[in-house]
Design a protein. Structure first.
Length: 180
């Protein structure tokens, strides 16, 4: 664009902008793929993680999107402190699920609700939202690498976030699934 100045050929700026967007998307995709590959490598020692504090941090990180979409994050009851986990891995899971609950929600006031059960020594967490849900035909693809249910124009993202979530949950011998 600098090369042509004000006399740039018609469509050159558009082409350059599209090229930059594509390059930015590719960079983000590579970064996300590296995150996926590194899920269980070079981890710091496990520690106790207060999920209440983690959710508050995520809310601060997502503050701009929360305000923009007029969203509400509700925690049904105080969340537990988990022992012997990696905060960065759990942070990714909760951040991704909360962000998706806001991003793909077309309600005037999207609400993401976080709850859990603790039975027989097993925690079962739920991150639900008041969106329209996902067609059953797509459920099997939801946690696969690079599977997107929306076009790039409809929603940002690389299609890797939920695959990373699944890999993290599997690392802890857990399961992740979609209901509704």
């Amino acid at each position: 664009s600098r090369q042509f100045g004000d006399a740039s050929p018609k469509g050159a700026k558009e082409f350059i902008d599209m090229s930059k967007q594509s390059a930015d998307r590719l960079t983000k995709q590579i970064d996300d793929m590296l995150s996926y590959c590194r899920v269980d490598r070079n981890l710091p020692p496990m520690q106790a993680v207060d999920l209440n504090q983690m959710v508050r941090t995520i809310q601060m990180e997502l503050n701009e999107k929360i305000k923009e979409k007029n969203a509400i994050i509700t925690v049904k009851k105080p969340l537990p402190v988990l022992d012997e986990v990696h905060s960065s891995m759990l942070h990714h899971v909760f951040q991704n699920l909360i962000a998706n609950g806001i991003k793909f929600n077309t309600n005037a006031s999207p609400e993401v609700c976080i709850d859990y059960r603790h039975e027989h020594g097993v925690f079962t967490f739920s991150v639900s939202d008041n969106g329209i849900g996902i067609d059953a035909a797509y459920k099997s693809k939801l946690f696969q690498m690079l599977k997107r249910l929306h076009t790039v124009d409809q929603a940002e993202g690389t299609g890797i976030g939920l695959a990373v979530c699944k890999k993290v949950i599997n690392y802890y011998n857990g399961e992740i699934w979609l209901e509704g």
